[in-house]
Structures are given as C-alpha cells and as structure tokens.
Design a protein. Structure first.
Length: 433
C-alpha cells in the first residue's frame, strides 16, 4: 500500500488536477499564528493552506521527477490553484450546488473498492496519514461540488446544432465512432487466388462441412482450432472486438443482418473461404429502451423548512392525493420545481439516466399509478407518481445523442479553459505575498 492513498484515487478524475488532495482542510493542522496570503472575493486563502498544499505537491513531484522548478515558482502556481478553487466554490454556493451525503458515501465506497479495502481498513489507512473519515468526506464533497459546477456550467455554454450532428454522422470520423462493435469468431480455410479449380473446390467443401457441423450444434472454438488457417485459430477463432467500420466491406455486409450467436455461411475472398460468428454485439440494430412518464412535487429545504418538515409536508400531500385530490392541482400550488410546477409537475417521457440517481432509483421502484414515499435528492424532497411506461426503439436517437456527446466532449476542454479564465478575471483577487 502506497503511503498517499488519497492522492492516487481522488481529485484527478474529477477536475483534471485542479485539486491536489492533502490534509490542509484539517483544522487540527492549522497553526496558531497564520496570515492571509490572498483575498478572493468574500473568502481568504491562508498561509497554512498554501504551505500544506505545497508540501503535498512537492512530495508527489519528487517521487516522479529528478529536477523540479524552484519552490517559489511552485508556490505561485499552487496559490493560483487555491484561488481558482475558492472562486469556483463561491460560484457553486450561488448556484445552490450541494452534493448529497449519499453521493459522498458512494465516492468513498469507490475509493475503498478500487484499493480492495473494507471501510474499516480505509479508516485505518487514513489514520496512519493523520486524516479521519470525516475529513476525507469533506474533501470529497469539495471536489464533487466543483465537478458538478464545472459539468453544469461548461456544458451549458456548449451549443450543438442538429446540422452539426448531421455533418458529424456523415463524416468518416462520425461513421466510425457511431458504428456498432462486434465480438467476432473467424474460421478461414485458406486458398490462394491462383489455385487450380480442384484446390478451390476442396477448400469450399471443407468450409461447407464446417458450417454444416456448426448448424448442428458443433463447437465453433474446437472447429476453429482444428481447421482454421487464420492466426486466431489457437484462440478458438476469437479475433476480439471490432468496429463494423474497421472491417473489410465484405465482412461488414455479412454482419449487417447476422444475429448474436449466429454464423455466416461460407463466403470467399482473395484469401480463401471465411465463416464468421457474431459472438456478441454492442450498438446497431433496434435499441429498445424503457421510457417512463412521471410527475412530481418538489419541496426545498431552507432556514424555515428543515428536512423533517419537508418530508411531513409531502407525506400530507401524498395522503390528500390518495384520498382523491388532483395531483396536478397540488403540484401547481405546492411544488418548487419551476420547470414543471405550471404543468402540474409533469416531467414528460424520460429515458434511463436523465435524472439524478436518487430520483431515478425511486422512479424505477414505483409501480405505474402509484405515488412514492417522500424521498430526498440533491434538489430537495420529492414525491413522484409514475403514470405510464413503454418500450421505444431509440436506436436513431441514441446514435444522435452519442454524436452530440462526442462533439461536446471535444469542445469541453477548450470551453473549460475559457470559462476558468473568465471567472478568474471577473473575481476580485488581492494577493498579499
């Protein structure tokens, strides 16, 4: 077990290295005499934080590189990171971004799982680093907060038009990226293009015999090992995952109508006679997705509405609906979701993944026509009613969504840096060292 477990598993996956984990948030480590090294709008950066973060970064860099820039250069870079961190946390507060305890606990569980540790072992390892689970929880919450801010704000700045999606799907790059993947088995009975008719006939007969055995339940792997001239023979003919766009046109055409688990009839190329097996497939064909039509009522917590009061209010509303009052009317009168309250809480048809996990899970567990018990998400407390469910072929829409996401991901880094520059310029920052 490496000493700095936290540095290995947190931070970089969330925000590209902006936050370097350390124990700097621990009040126990704050020195008695401290001074302000930067004022950032309504917040401060303390010298103790800068020193702790610098020590953490130096330890990591010294393990990776022989030569390092002067300490004052590193301190300047690290101070800038702390300033950007403060700016983003203040923005997150304005946007009411507050990751739930459940999200934080899930992140901690993933850290333990990645390191093959129980929660007790993780706590013991943290203790050896003079860090408690509560301190870890606070650090992770900070990172989740900044990550949610970045994803929400930066993605909202990126506009992808329908024409851009069309152009991407028509491009070579787009066709490749959105083409289905096949896990293939391959048997080749080799015969050269210059072979005499008798040799060609013998090869064709052998391929046909193999195909007949396969149709009668023969084992593809064993037949490949025994007969195939392809380099994959000793792997049972398994040539792994291939994108349809990667394959020779002759192969691609055969696979277009081949179901999972099926084999092609023998077909000839310049190399000989081939038999392909569609072992497994991702993408392509009908993509049946369960859609859910639901409506909800949201009550947010505040200084005058705590969790227990919000839960009780929704429990009372649920009882009124079950006693015959109209859900839509009560949603218009009570819901604090500005996007759906005027339409009676109607959320329309949704696909899996459209809502936050707490909402998604409750919706999935609620039967058609039923109203859920009050539950909490990062937005507040809800009750929801599932009105209908249906299976829809979303293959074309999913392909367009995939294209849109690919375009967005390519623009994200550039837009992210532009946004960071903008918020840094707009912030009031006074450096005191």
């Amino acid at each position: 077990m490496k000493k700095n477990l936290l540095k290995r598993f947190i931070s970089t996956s969330f925000i590209g290295g902006l936050l370097l984990l350390n124990a700097g948030f621990s009040a126990a480590q704050t020195v008695m005499l401290d001074r302000v090294v930067a004022i950032v709008d309504e917040d401060l950066v303390l010298e103790s934080e800068l020193k702790t973060r610098t020590a953490s970064v130096l330890e990591r860099l010294q393990a990776q590189y022989n030569q390092l820039p002067p300490k004052e250069v590193l301190e300047k870079q690290i101070l800038e990171q702390l300033i950007l961190e403060r700016v983003q946390l203040q923005l997150a507060q304005r946007y009411d971004i507050d990751p739930s305890a459940e999200e934080v606990d899930q992140a901690i569980a993933r850290i333990a799982q990645r390191n093959q540790m129980t929660m007790e072992q993780l706590a013991a390892d943290l203790q050896r680093q003079n860090l408690s689970l509560d301190e870890l929880r606070q650090q992770i919450k900070t990172e989740l907060t900044i990550n949610q801010l970045q994803q929400g704000v930066v993605n909202s700045r990126i506009r992808v038009t329908e024409q851009e999606i069309d152009n991407f799907l028509e491009s070579t790059d787009g066709k490749f990226a959105t083409s289905p993947d096949f896990h293939l088995g391959h048997i080749l009975i080799a015969v050269s293009g210059s072979a005499d008719p008798a040799m060609v006939s013998a090869a064709e007969k052998e391929a046909q015999d193999i195909y007949n055995k396969l149709k009668k339940g023969g084992d593809f792997e064993q037949l490949a090992i025994s007969h195939s001239n392809d380099q994959s023979a000793l792997q049972g003919g398994d040539i792994g995952w291939r994108k349809l766009a990667q394959l020779p046109e002759l192969f691609a055409k055969k696979l277009e109508t081949l179901g999972t688990g099926e084999v092609t009839e023998p077909f000839r190329s310049g190399a000989g006679f081939h038999i392909l097996k569609n072992i497994e497939q991702r993408g392509g064909g009908a993509q049946l997705v369960e859609q859910t039509k639901a409506r909800h009522i949201l009550v947010k917590t505040s200084e005058i509405m705590d969790d227990s009061q919000a839960r009780a209010k929704l429990a009372a509303l649920k009882k009124r609906i079950e006693n015959g009052e109209d859900f839509a009317k009560l949603a218009r009168e009570n819901s604090e979701d500005t996007g759906s309250m005027l339409s009676g809480g109607d959320l329309g048809w949704s696909m899996p993944g459209m809502f936050v996990p707490a909402f998604e899970e409750t919706m999935k567990e609620t039967a058609v026509g039923e109203i859920s018990e009050p539950f909490k998400s990062q937005y507040g407390w809800h009750i929801l009613q599932v009105q209908e469910r249906r299976q829809e072929d979303m293959s074309e829409q999913m392909k367009r969504n995939q294209a849109s996401n690919l375009i967005r991901s390519r623009r994200f880094d550039e837009e992210f840096q532009s946004w960071l520059t903008q918020i840094r310029e707009e912030a009031y920052v006074e450096i005191k060292i």
